[in-house]
Design a protein around this ligand. Structure first.
Ligand code: ADP
Ligand code: MG
Ligand code: ZN
Length: 617
């Protein structure tokens, strides 16, 4: 049910309740004393008069109220237009009996009389009219809400006390410089215009989720003292057809009126994905909205002092029309934070938290490669929660370290019931990963092995690179492949059987092997060629239209190459673990006993095993 319909129903129920309440009240009012006053027919009245049981009759219009001898009361109705005495006589009352009864006639036009007539008839009408007009009004308000979507959710950011500035954004040096320029443009447009420079139209912020795109845009709003119109493109998609375009029109109209100003469209990929791919049934709303954005941006004059900013984490699927000159021609990439940035981000999010002296944010930064800014913010929050839950006054280093795994893999599930056998299998599985990693020179050092179940994983092995790397080598990839089969092979060697616990390892390894062959040219028979559109996995719509760019024969060769990589990786893992069966056992037994092995302990175990890491040839 839509909210409007629900509201209508609620109103109807209220009206019905109110009406029954009113009628209840009237039934009480009209039956005033109904319990005591008996309703008599004229015949009965006459009988009582003849019997001498009546003391007094009061006439009011056609109603008689009768005081009986001995205190009782009764009512009766006489015929219209006929006097009381006449009626009584007509019914055969005895004149001498009537003489004993006091008759009094009350004025019909009295206040009471009119009230008696008006209240029961007019009051309900008035009530109904009031209720219906109220219902109508709220229904109309609901309808106009639906029709004024165009204006409803554009947020104009007003400068507030807790405004975000560039100081709150760590790292992102180039992006911040670019944004500072934008702010400068808006503050001193003359400076740039007099040099003949064209004010940039659109700035596109691109980066992985959580790298701080929205944050940076909000910082721009905080820095520039110009109106900042903010809306999220994903909101368009859920609206009626045509509303998105009208909302865009509104937005730009307001922005132009308020110039100099900034329009920020968050998550523009929701409307800006490549058109004409037939994805999502050719979502008309999306296309119309996108077209309207383009039309508005083209309609800017040279002097128009409105800068359009947009954010996306899917620049690969954006419609090329958005990226043409004069539109989003400035593109700013927000990188995942490197080790220094991570420390800086951690510092920002540690600011309002009580940290113990032993907290070393640099060590945390070392241990969190691949974490985005959002992950790091979340990490500090989890650490604070952990400390608070343990009733501590300060956050200690261990709180932060323990939160890393929580952010990485989900909360620990110590309560999950596993049988002793499952525990053994998991222990050997993780020991297998760890031992293969420790045996290969190109593998990242093992930081932690654990069989505490987290999120979906039964256990986990954390390996961390010694240094930040942008480029990865074929040898490293082959090592990764062997390590991912370490668990599978360890189970096979130890128990002569395999479990479903390896399914995730297998699918990841297969995907990696496929990428090595089809994207990185790391294969032996096919050479340095890319196969298939790079983003066909990401965006289904394109694959449908473009199809494979290789023959069936080549497809078979790709399969063979992927297979070969996997077979070799399994063989390598098997070779290592067969040779090191004793070490595998000692790691696994350790895990069964303690559940978790930390870095130092693991290194000590490896020392006693006299392991000599080898390189893949
Ligand atoms: P995006 O829009 O790129 O997905 P957000 O801007 O919403 O990411 O970032 C989410 C949160 O992560 C921010 O609110 C902030 O707390 C934190 N964050 C991300 N990047 C940074 C950064 N560079 N400096 C400080 N905090 C950051
Ligand atoms: Mg965002
Ligand atoms: Zn595994």
């Amino acid at each position: 049910m839509t909210p409007n319909l629900r509201q209508l129903w609620r109103n109807i129920v209220i009206v019905i309740l109110a009406l029954s309440f009113v009628s209840l009240i009237f039934s009480f009012l009209l039956e005033d004393g109904g319990a005591r006053a008996e309703e008599l027919t004229m015949n009965q009245v006459v009988d009582r008069v003849n019997g001498g049981a009546v003391q007094k009759i009061t006439v009011q219009g056609n109603s008689l109220s009768i005081d009986l001898v001995g205190g009782g009361k009764a009512t009766a109705q006489k015929e219209r237009e006929v006097g009381l005495t006449e009626t009584l006589v007509n019914y055969g009352v005895k004149p001498d009996a009537l003489a004993k009864v006091a008759l009094s006639v009350e004025d019909e036009g009295g206040w009471n009389y009119w009230l008696g007539i008006l209240v029961p008839t007019i009051l309900p009408i008035i009530l109904i009219v009031i209720l219906f007009s109220w219902m109508l009004r709220s229904a109309r308000a609901g309808a106009s809400q639906a029709f004024s979507f165009g204006k409803a959710t554009i947020r104009l950011v007003a400068p507030s006390k807790d405004r975000i500035t560039f100081k709150d954004v760590a790292g992102l040096k180039e992006a911040k410089e670019e944004m500072e320029e934008v702010v400068d443009f808006l503050k001193n447009p003359k400076k740039f215009l007099s040099m003949g420079a064209r004010i940039p139209r659109g700035v596109l912020l691109m980066g992985h989720p959580g790298t701080g795109k929205t944050l940076l845009a909000r910082a721009v709003a905080g820095e520039s003292n110009v109106p900042f119109f903010h809306l999220s493109a994903s909101e368009f998609v859920e609206m009626f057809v045509g509303v998105g375009a009208s909302r865009v029109r509104d937005l730009f109209q307001n922005a132009k009126k308020a110039a100099p100003s900034i329009v920020f469209i968050d998550e523009i990929d929701a409307v800006g994905r490549e058109r004409g791919t037939g994805m999502g049934g050719g979502h008309d709303e999306r296309e119309q909205t996108l077209n309207q954005i383009l039309v508005e941006m083209d309609g800017f004059e040279r002097e128009t002092n409105v800068i359009v900013m947009a954010a996306t984490n899917r620049a690969d699927i954006l419609d090329s029309a958005l990226l043409r000159p004069g539109r989003f021609d400035r593109r700013v990439v927000l990188d995942m934070p490197d080790i220094q940035d991570r420390e800086a981000i951690l510092k920002i999010h540690a600011k309002e938290k009580p940290l113990a002296k032993d907290v070393n944010l640099n060590q945390i930064a070392v241990r969190t490669p691949g974490f985005s800014g959002a992950d790091l913010a979340n990490l500090m929050n989890e650490a604070a929660i952990l400390a608070a839950r343990n009733g501590k006054k300060e956050i200690v280093q261990l709180d932060v370290l323990n939160s890393i795994e929580k952010v990485l893999l989900g909360p620990a599930r110590r309560s999950r019931v596993i049988t002793p056998h499952e525990k053994r299998v998991t222990a050997y599985h993780e020991a297998g990963h760890a031992l293969v990693a420790a045996s290969l020179a190109d593998a990242d050092p093992v930081h932690k092995v654990s069989i505490v179940s987290r999120g979906m994983a039964g256990g986990y092995t954390i390996k961390l690179p010694l240094e930040e790397r942008r480029l990865r080598t074929k040898k490293q990839f082959l090592t990764d492949l062997a390590v991912s089969f370490g668990g599978y092979v360890a189970e096979l060697l130890t128990f002569g059987d395999i479990t479903t616990g390896s399914s995730n390892d297998i699918s990841q390894a297969t995907e990696l092997a496929h990428r090595l062959v089809t994207q990185y040219g790391m294969n032996e028979t096919l050479g340095p060629r890319s196969f298939g559109k790079q983003n066909d996995l990401i965006f289904l719509g394109r694959e449908i239209t473009s199809g494979k760019d290789y023959s069936e024969e080549v497809g078979a060769k790709i399969d063979a190459e992927v297979n070969r990589l996997i077979v070799n990786a399994v063989a390598l893992a098997k070779k290592i673990l067969t040779r090191q069966k004793r070490t595998l056992k000692s790691i696994a037994e350790h895990l069964i006993e303690k559940e978790t092995i930390e870095y130092e302990e693991f290194n000590a175990l490896m020392k006693t095993a006299k392991l000599k890491p080898m390189t893949i040839s």
